[in-house]
Structures are given as structure tokens and as C-alpha cells.
Design a protein around this ligand. Structure first.
Ligand code: ADP
Length: 462
């Protein structure tokens, strides 16, 4: 099958979150399963770095080759994409995001024709790419080249919908007849994710549980009705993890590599992390790690309520992340109050992330909702037991046998579960057994990639 993957971020070229991990890893497994894959993404400023081998295709299009023969095409536009941020800067989202991503979508469709890649499937990701199926079924519907192309939309987080003021609608180049409640309109605004959900041939999301949750009022962010109408076309495929990047046996970014058999060597990583973080180097104190966006979705509302009590427990806590200013401030206060307990790193830092996954004993991820979550999958592989709220992909991957899970979203239950984990940490034999079953979990991409191929086949018949 010929598959075009269209996404606004792809590892290793640009990443703000799990979306990039998925669009970076899935194509490699699809290629291994004999599929023909091309990727199309915008060319941000960071992609000009010499570490990427970039070739020129034409004036406004360059490309890089990954794995055996996957071409990653970059759409260039000085005004739209040559910026530090992907979607915004310190003052918020870029004001011209609708212009930027509608340009990206249209240019991607044109590019397919220019490279004569008659895709069976265009697999689009999140709102930034949803104008592709919309344009295909409107502006491009009578163009012969695009006739049999089918589209699959993967929703990585339904909380981000691409909402824009109605006044910007003419920029899309679409007839006003599509601006109605059944299509692109959402409470008098443009909603690009909604449009994508209506116009794609199939919809999927990144875990089976989340695919059901988003069809409810609690998790649907107002789009549950749209999904209900298409419920026979909604699927959930769990993300895999790229074990060539995330593997304690081969990880070059950590102090000492280790395996389940050589779990003692994990301690060297704990020591290293404690040292970097200027925390007391005591192996008997359980070390909790967090690598996350600092957002309510990631559980920071209950964490903020509980943090003072948590810091008074017998533990150490390392936090790496950026996000809402209010959480930056709360956590900075805690560092002043408990400098020997909490170490805070308000930045995006891939190397430190690896060190936290390897050096911590417990990975804290109490997300309020979690489409799939990669943090818990990574920490399982590193024998760092995840402590999670039972939701979405966390519910699909963490159990009592490989971590800690609570099912009532409150600061009280979070605190109780942390206490439980601290107690469990004292029972070394049981801890080792749990670590060993965590490290044996296999969330590699092969199985999920095969499920995607089955989904593409289904879309071809849609
Ligand atoms: P999200 O909702 O943010 O996409 P995921 O758990 O699906 O959450 O994926 C987050 C990815 O981003 C993981 O690979 C995680 O390690 C990484 N990550 C998050 N915050 C940071 C940070 N501050 N520094 C380095 N890596 C980070």
C-alpha cells in the first residue's frame, strides 16, 4: 500500500509531545511491514540544523531520507514556518495558525501530485492536518489524481481542536455552505478537528479506552455527538514505543546501561540523577520522577493541591517540564521550601528526560485524561514503576502487577497511592518482581503497525 503520513511534528525533526514520537516511529514499522511510506511536514527553523541531511526537491520543498527509503518532505514558507516555535511562543498561540496550517494542507496535496505519489491512504494527525480530508472532499473532489485516495484521521488529544474565529473562514477558500453545525462550525467558530472528523473516511485514536471515553460528555470536549454519529468508523489503536530510542540496555544518554538481569546497575543512574539534581544521594529513599507538560490534563491540578503534603513524605521528587505559568510558580515555591526534597527543571530537555526515566524508582503520571501516554510506557521499560490515574491509555497499560493505579481522581487518592508506593518500595523482593514484570511488558510498534495496516485496508473499502 502507498501511505502518506501528514503531521505537524515528527521525530527526530520537530517535537513538542507524543504526537512526534508516533509519527516518527510508526512509518518505520510500516516500512518493515513492506508498505511504501512518505511523510509531509512543515519546515520549521530547527530543521535547518546541519545534523539533518536535507536535500532539495524544488524551490519550496526539501526532503530527508529516513530508514531505508522513507522520504520526509518539508514544506517551506519563510513567513509561516521559519520560526522557533511550532504553534506559538511565550505570548501564546501564533495569531496566523489558520493561515499557516491551511497553507501546509493545501501544499501537501499539491506535492503528492508533483511527486506522483498516488497514495491509497493519507494518514493525517490532529487538527493541523485536518484540512487535507476537507479539501479532498470539496475543492479537490473532481480532480482525477485524487479520486481514490482515502483518509484516516488519528486524534492524539481531543482537547486540542484548532478553533478559529468565524471571520477567518474566507481564508480557507471553502464555500460558506460547509460552515454549518454538521460540518465545520462549532458554536459560531471554525473547528478544524470537527471538520476532519466529519470528512475523514475513518477516525481513530491512540488507545482503545480513550476511543470509548471521547464518545462521552465527560471526555469528548463537546465533540462526543459528532463521534457518536460516526461510531462505526471510530477505532482505538494503542501507540507503540520505539525501543531503539527507549531501551535501558542500549541508552547512550544514561549513566550506566542495565537490564532486568542487571537491575543493580539501575542504582548508578539513581545516584547520577540525585547528583545532577543536587538531592541527597541516598539509595534507600524512593525517588519519584515526572517528565511532563505542566498542565491540568497531566494531573497538575491535584498535584498542586497535594504537593506540600507530598514534599513532607519520605521521598525525593524530580520534575522536568514546561507549561502553565501557575504551576511553574507553585513548584518554584516548593523548591524554596523543600530544597532537599524536590528538584525542578522548567525546560524541554531530552537528555535529562532519559536520565529521569532511568534514575527514578517511581514515575508519577496522574493524568486527568490520557489518550495513550508514552511516559508510562517508557518508565515500564526502564523498571521505573508508573503511578497513574486509571484513564485512557494509562488504564490500558498499567496494572497492579507493573505499577500503581488509582481510580478516583482526587488529591486524597493521589496521596494515598504515593504512600502505598513508598511502603511497597521497602519490600525489596516484591519490588524486584514488580520491576521485572514491568520491564517484560512489550509495547513495541510491530503489533500496532499491523493494526494500522488493517485499518487502512478497511478505509480503502469505505
Ligand atoms: P503528550 O500529551 O505531551 O504528548 P505523551 O506522554 O504522549 O504526552 O508524550 C510526551 C513525550 O514528550 C514523551 O516522550 C516525554 O518523555 C516527552 N516530554 C514531555 N515533556 C518533556 C520535557 N520537558 N523534556 C523532554 N521530554 C519531554
Amino acid at each position: 500500500m502507498k501511505i502518506a503520513i501528514c503531521a505537524s511534528e515528527v521525530v527526530p525533526f520537530a517535537k513538542t509531545g507524543g504526537l512526534a514520537d508516533v509519527t516518527g516511529a510508526l512509518p518505520l514499522s510500516l516500512e518493515a511491514l513492506k508498505q511504501e511510506v512518505n511523510i509531509i511536514m512543515p519546515k520549521y527553523k530547527a530543521i535547518q540544523e546541519p545534523k539533518f541531511k536535507i536535500n532539495r526537491f524544488k524551490e519550496d520543498i526539501s526532503y530527508s531520507v529516513v530508514s531505508k527509503g522513507i522520504k520526509v518532505y518539508f514544506i517551506e514558507n519563510e513567513a509561516y514556518f521559519n520560526r522557533e516555535g511550532l504553534y506559538g511562543d511565550k505570548s501564546g498561540d501564533y495569531k496566523d495558525n489558520l493561515d499557516r496550517f491551511s497553507y501546509y494542507c493545501k501544499r501537501s496535496l499539491e506535492l503528492l501530485k508533483e511527486i506522483n505519489f498516488k497514495a491509497d491512504i493519507i494518514h493525517i494527525h490532529d487538527w493541523q492536518a485536518t484540512l487535507i480530508p476537507i479539501y479532498l472532499k470539496t475543492l479537490y473532489k473532481d480532480k482525477p489524481f485524487y479520486k481514490n485516495i482515502r483518509t484516516v484521521l488519528t486524534i492524539h488529544n481531543i482537547g486540542y481542536q484548532g478553533l478559529f474565529p468565524k471571520e477567518q473562514y474566507p481564508k480557507l477558500g471553502l464555500d460558506w455552505s460547509y460552515f454549518n453545525m454538521e460540518m465545520l462550525e462549532f458554536y459560531n467558530q471554525i473547528n478544524l478537528l470537527k471538520g476532519g472528523m466529519v470528512f475523514s473516511d475513518l477516525i481513530n485514536t491512540v488507545s482503545p479506552t480513550y476511543s470509548k471515553e471521547i464518545q462521552t460528555k465527560e471526555f469528548g470536549y463537546g465533540l462526543e455527538g459528532v463521534l457518536n454519529k460516526r461510531k462505526n468508523s471510530v477505532f482505538g489503536i494503542l501507540n507503540g514505543l520505539d525501543y531503539s530510542i527507549w531501551n535501558p540496555e542500549t541508552d547512550k544518554l544514561i549513566a550506566k546501561t542495565y537490564s532486568a538481569e542487571k537491575i543493580k546497575d539501575k542504582n548508578e543512574n539513581k545516584k547520577d540523577l540525585q547528583k545532577i539534581c543536587k538531592l541527597p544521594e541516598d539509595s534507600r529513599v524512593p525517588l519519584f520522577g515526572i517528565v511532563s507538560r505542566l498542565a491540568e490534563q497531566k494531573g497538575f491540578d491535584i498535584l498542586a493541591l497535594a504537593i506540600d503534603k507530598i514534599c513532607r513524605m519520605d521521598l525525593e521528587l524530580v520534575i522536568l517540564g514546561t507549561g502553565d505559568m501557575k504551576y511553574h510558580l507553585i513548584l518554584e515555591d516548593m523548591v524554596k521550601k523543600y530544597p532537599k526534597v524536590i528538584s525542578l527543571h522548567l525546560k524541554f530537555d531530552d537528555v535529562l528526560a532519559h536520565k529521569i526515566y532511568a534514575g527514578s524508582d517511581i514515575f508519577l503520571m496522574p493524568s486527568k485524561y490520557e489518550p495513550c501516554g508514552l511516559g508510562q510506557l517508557i518508565s515500564l521499560k526502564y523498571g521505573t514503576l508508573p503511578l497513574v490515574f486509571k484513564t485512557g491509555g494509562l488504564a490500558d497499560t498499567v496494572t497492579k502487577d507493573n505499577g500503581f493505579i488509582f481510580d478516583n481522581y482526587s488529591q486524597e487518592d493521589l496521596i494515598k497511592t504515593i504512600q502505598k508506593a513508598i511502603k511497597a518500595f521497602q519490600n525489596k523482593d516484591k519490588w524486584l518482581k514488580t520491576q521485572s514484570s514491568a520491564m517484560q511488558c512489550d509495547f513495541s510498534w510491530e503489533e500496532s503497525a499491523q493494526k494500522y495496516i488493517d485499518l487502512y485496508e478497511r478505509a480503502k473499502k469505505a
